[in-house]
Design a protein around this ligand. Structure first.
Ligand code: SF4
Length: 230
């Protein structure tokens, strides 16, 4: 892995911090979402460098790994970040199909809608700018995104990490001594809900270990919660 220029990387991070400050100076209400994976840490670190409060929301689907929850608590404590859990309105005993099995077994799109998309919608109504840490190298859908993109309810999506890659994330973490998610040592590189996450299979994109064997690559936050352009 070639060494990246630290100064260049820090400049990129400074630009993101400056942009966040700019939104706030314009009087915009801004929030971030986070899935608390290893790769989430550089953006969280930049958010922590903004002196004004930026709330960080995460969808606690009820299916997250306990390691993710404890990692989130530790990181937010260390960085002085306020993390707010969003929970689904529909209780789990109503999220069953006609055979009495959880929806993720038969209709994962609807399961993601109930547990991730629907809980986030009221937040888009409340805020002006949504800081979302997707990267273009993670999937074809994400590669199509622009740095700023309209979201529903007159909210603006801001994707500061869009042009970062895994190497840049790695070095930023190294420069700032940001720890990995505890499950990374056990072979998990892309970590979401327990039923829909497998260990990294060693080939292709690390996100292939999500919804393995299903015709699904996105949870809906980056497909449904994008404003339609006529
Ligand atoms: S990732 Fe899986 S368990 Fe989590 S909300 Fe989506 S379908 Fe349901």
């Amino acid at each position: 892995m070639a060494i990246l220029d630290k100064k260049d990387l820090e400049q990129k991070a400074d630009n993101i911090v400056a942009r966040l400050n700019e939104y706030l100076d314009q009087g915009k209400k801004i929030f971030a979402t986070c899935s608390f994976q290893t790769q989430s840490l550089p953006l969280l670190h930049m958010i922590s460098r903004v002196e004004r409060r930026i709330p960080v929301y995460y969808t606690n689907t009820g299916f997250l790994f306990p390691e993710t929850l404890s990692f989130a608590e530790k990181i937010c404590g260390d960085l002085g970040i306020e993390a707010i859990a969003l929970r689904p309105e529909m209780t789990k005993n109503r999220q069953l199909n006609h055979e009495g099995r959880f929806l993720y077994t038969s209709d994962p799109d609807h399961c993601c809608y109930l547990n991730k998309v629907q809980p986030l919608e009221p937040i888009l109504i409340e805020f002006d700018v949504w800081i979302n840490g997707i990267r273009g190298d993670q999937s074809d859908v994400r590669a199509q995104m622009a740095e700023e993109e309209a979201a529903p309810h007159d909210c603006l999506r801001y994707h500061p990490m869009l042009n970062w890659n895994s190497k840049m994330v790695h070095y930023y973490r190294q420069f700032h001594d940001l720890p990995p998610h505890p499950l990374e040592a056990k072979g998990y590189l892309s970590i979401g809900c327990i039923p829909c996450t497998t260990k990294f299979l060693g080939d292709g994109n690390e996100r292939n270990s999500r919804w393995f064997g299903m015709n699904k690559t996105e949870c809906g936050l980056n497909t449904t919660l994008v404003a339609e352009t006529a």
